[in-house]
Design a protein around this ligand. Structure first.
Ligand code: FES
Length: 112
């Protein structure tokens, strides 16, 4: 499934990048920017950002369930992604419209 049509990044590309990124010591928060840079791509229109965040969040959980990343790394990464998403939502509240339902969905699922 294509996540970013500008740069032709698929969910599988994101999965592979996440395994590589999260296996690094002191791995960064795998934001879309981090993942896209890891794939030697750069966001263009940013229209895919909410879907990319959701895909990254879901893939981290999937990789954890499959044992491709440890439970500790998965939990820490999901926590960091939730903080990142909350920060983005707060920032958007100050300078633009509130986040879309797609962006807030992982947060809602985590809280539920
Ligand atoms: S759809 Fe991803 S940058 Fe445009």
């Amino acid at each position: 499934m294509i996540v970013c049509s500008c740069t032709v990044i698929s969910d599988r590309d994101i999965e592979v990048a996440l395994v590589e990124i999260l296996s690094q010591p002191n791995a960064p928060i795998p934001t879309p920017g981090v993942v896209y840079r890891h794939l030697a791509k750069r966001m263009n229109c940013c229209g895919c950002a909410p879907f990319a965040v959701e895909t990254i969040y879901d893939k981290v959980g999937e990789l954890e369930r499959r044992g491709a990343i440890s439970a500790n790394v998965g939990a820490a990464t999901r926590s960091k992604l939730l903080e990142f998403n909350a920060w983005r939502a707060r920032l958007r509240g100050k300078i633009g419209p509130a986040s879309t339902p797609v962006e807030s969905e992982p947060i809602a699922r985590e809280i539920a």
